[in-house]
Design a protein around this ligand. Structure first.
Ligand code: CA
Length: 232
């Protein structure tokens, strides 16, 4: 049973989400502030399969919660809830490692669809590999896009859906420079002219997994003033 942590201080909203996610067969825990959320997430057991994180929280804000869980090396998928129309918050959430975002107020059906999308990697049975998800060899690393896993000389690394999406986009254009704007649009669904470091901060993460020496990248190469190019 997938375990979901809801981090939301508005009790009626948290209760409503909990009720509906439990009805979908999930095991749900609610944290009412950022401090409680970090405490839940930094415990070694039980692990969560997904975090639904409101950004406006007492004690510790959602961005800080996200920063702390990523700093601890935890790449659990995170769906961020942002105030309506706050594009800056949305982009900051992605920069700090959120996988997806949903502006408030949202429709329940939309939230449940995002949750299914983010949990898919955990439930993928691997019976057959869907088209376009063949494994890719990049240096000493094998990317399994169906399982969102990297086989590296140092062990298996779990990718978030956005990390895998970014790597997939680069692999699909192997040898060709892909612009930041194009990556923002195809991987994050953002306008290509959005001012954000999100592509670069995700590239830093991917390089940590893939490059033998991340400070001198050989596989995900910067193309000055443009974007990135993948070299196998
Ligand atoms: Ca709130």
């Amino acid at each position: 049973m997938p375990r979901i942590l809801i981090v939301e201080d508005e009790a009626h909203l948290a209760e409503g989400l909990q009720f509906n996610l439990e009805a979908e067969g999930h095991d749900v825990v609610v944290a009412a502030d950022g401090g409680a959320a970090v405490e839940c997430l930094l415990q070694p057991e039980p692990r969560f399969d997904l975090v639904i994180l409101d950004l406006m929280l007492p004690v510790l804000g959602g961005i800080e919660v996200l920063r702390r869980i990523r700093a601890s090396g935890d790449y659990v998928p995170v769906l961020v809830l942002t105030a309506m129309g706050d594009a800056e918050d949305r982009v900051r959430g992605l920069e700090e490692g959120a996988d997806d975002y949903l502006p408030k107020p949202f429709r329940l059906g939309e939230l449940l669809a995002r949750v299914r999308g983010l949990l898919r990697r955990r439930r993928w049975d691997g019976v057959s590999e869907p088209p376009g998800l063949e494994p890719a060899q990049i240096g000493e690393v094998t990317a399994h896009f169906d399982r969102l896993e990297l086989d590296t000389p140092n062990g298996v690394v779990n990718l978030t859906t956005r990390e895998a999406g970014l790597l997939r986009a680069l692999v699909d254009s192997e040898g060709v420079a892909v612009s930041r704007g194009e990556l923002l649009e195809t991987v994050w669904g953002l306008r290509p002219d959005t001012r954000t470091r999100v592509v670069d901060s995700f590239v830093v993460r991917l390089r940590r997994y893939i490059e033998p020496d991340p400070s001198r990248p050989r596989h995900i190469v910067s193309v000055r003033g443009h974007g990135y190019r993948l070299v196998r």
